[in-house]
Write a protein that binds this ligand. Structure first.
Ligand SMILES: CC(C)(COP(=O)(O)OP(=O)(O)OC[C@H]1O[C@@H](n2cnc3c(N)ncnc32)[C@H](O)[C@@H]1OP(=O)(O)O)[C@@H](O)C(=O)NCCC(=O)NCCS
Length: 186
């Protein structure tokens, strides 16, 4: 469990499953994803996330904003080996809509990057989304990731027939070296 200025980044509880399913059923939250998610699929994803914590020691945190809400969404690290076929770790986020516009994703994202480099020992962290997902790209840029136009790719898990506009992804990267040289916190 990690505390940031305003947030608690923690393992998932059963009580998170209902609000997580609710945000996954919000079409605005899933605007740049492949549709809303059923309760069953949402729960299966939580199981996968928790298996990541047990098996690898890193995964997505359930994000709590004490005094605001016990669960506002997730932020954290996720395997993304499928991007190039080589080992790759992504920093990602998904928050309930009423908690957007407060800087929560950036606050937790910065901590996810610190955790990835300092505690997990990663050499690089990436992030990616469709070019039209300006909010997610905003988080990437605020927390110091850098666009690598040569790394843009067609997402192999996107249904190109149903969601042709969600196939092309822009790639952002941050190396441990750059993170160490630019971070201002001790
Ligand atoms: C992507 C997502 C997490 C971004 O959330 P967000 O709240 O816009 O991002 P941040 O936490 O960085 O907050 C930045 C906003 O908070 C504002 N803000 C308010 N108080 C702030 C504070 N104390 N510190 C920083 N920013 C603050 C900023 O001005 C900015 O506002 P703006 O949107 O008007 O420019 C959210 O839109 C989301 O969950 N989307 C759906 C899921 C998704 O697409 N995930 C990515 C898939 S690849």
């Amino acid at each position: 469990m990690i505390r940031t200025e305003r947030l608690l980044l923690r393992r998932w509880r059963d009580g998170d499953r209902e609000p997580f399913a609710a945000l996954n059923a919000d079409p605005m939250v899933t605007e740049h994803l492949q549709g809303t998610t059923s309760r069953e699929a949402s729960d299966a994803f939580v199981d996968l996330v928790e298996a990541g914590w047990r098996e690898r020691g890193w995964s997505l945190w359930a994000v709590e904003a004490p005094d605001v809400a016990p669960f506002i969404g997730y932020v954290g690290l996720w395997p993304a080996d499928f991007v190039t076929g080589a080992p790759m770790v992504e920093v990602g986020w998904r928050l309930a809509r009423r908690h957007w516009g407060k800087g929560y994703a950036s606050e937790a994202g910065l901590e996810a990057i610190r955790f990835g480099f300092a505690d997990v020992g990663l050499d690089e962290i990436v992030s990616f989304t469709v070019a039209q997902n300006r909010r997610s790209i905003g988080v990437m840029e605020r927390i110091g990731l850098i666009r690598d136009p040569a790394g843009d790719f067609d997402h192999p898990r996107v249904d190109a027939v149903a969601y042709p506009h969600l196939v092309r992804h822009v790639l952002y990267r941050l190396t441990r070296e750059r993170w160490e040289s630019t971070r201002t916190l001790p």
